[in-house]
Design a protein around this ligand. Sequence first.
Ligand code: SF4
Length: 446
Amino acid sequence: MTDTLVEVRNLTKYFFEQDSFLDQLMGDDPVAIKAVDGLDFDIERGETLGLVGESGCGKSTTGETLLRLQEPTDGAVTFDGENIYEMSRAELKTFRRNAGIVFQDPFSSLDPRMTIGETVKQPLDVHDWPYGEDHERPKSELRKERVKDLLNRVGLSGDQFDRYPHEFSGGQRQRVGIARALALDPEFVVLDEPTSALDVSVQAQILNLLNELQDEFGLTYLLISHDLSVIRHICDRVAVMYLGEIVEIAPSSDVFSDPQHPYTEALLESVPRVNTDERDRDVETLTGDVPSPRNPPSGCRFRTRCPSIIPPTDVDLSQELYRAVVTVRDRIRDRDIDVEGARELADGDNPKAVVDRLLERVLDGDITRQPQHEQRVRDALRAAIEDDWEGAEERLSVYQSVCEQVTPVLQDGRTHRAACHLREQPDHIEADIDELGRNVPQEADD
Ligand code: SF4
């Protein structure tokens, strides 16, 4: 039987641009930046859940929002049965004792004017620890004793109480950050990229320390990292995040041995291999940038970079050429086609010559062996140079993928879940796909 400590439901955090009084006066509508968009997951008591993804995917915002360091736009986070967004001031204070955070940068997260002893003692002062008034010795003495004990436990020395951060290395400063996070004996700690600012040789020491402290203090961790090797080191389960959404969640061993989402596969492929046999492997690594969270792609948000995007059944192009045509179509939609540049290169206004130049510049691949598709792309570019952008879009509308029309979701009731149309999807999603009359190839399901 599981024992859930943290329950996250539909957690959503948008930031808004163009939201000032002046913008309102000017009649501008606020623009939502969808940093975190409808997350659902649980963290069991005593486990370490890893949250992994490229930078900018919303991992840190998730960590801060589920500690209520930021207010959510929507959703609920339940800690030990209580919704933290509905807590009174007194309840929130108790929650803050039970939930700590270790930040990424041990250089900027410590106040250079405070000794490390004062830094670790600060939460004890704020929360008036030890609680209550009936103690054998003065609180100041008990606090100092606790700080020295914590410094010893994280591999420093109680004798270093009066030393300043600049006297310590990066790894030692991160140990101070960990001691501060543990000062009030929390049950739950968010570790936000705790080793990414450290040398590789020091990273393993800090991860081992976190492992030992978890056993010693009975801690539950949310470990945020962009680095899968860090995740592999200490996590029981992994949630993979892309552009504000979780795309795969499963026990760690399953994610590493049998990834189900193309994004997870690509992340795993980008991890350097120690084994020399594997170094020359033919890999599909991630290309392109993460799209803007202001205007995320429709359907599957990973589709603009997915090496396995599903073409319509009647489109007989290779995956590479299909993606190249879709890129042209998207650039036409975004009016991102340099017609004037092509005219200059064509040295005149001959439409065929301009289309030839455009084709060379915007289509990444040789489509000449596919005359039917080549003609469609040429017709679309011809419409674009005639300033008929809607007509250009229309000519390439046949290339629409199911991946951009129907949003895949994480399946319920499984330990290994992936939001991808190549995996079995719930009935209502399959019904939406049927309605579109699209066939989706099914890969082996777990
Ligand atoms: S739904 Fe389509 S685009 Fe998204 S990951 Fe799966 S195959 Fe790729």
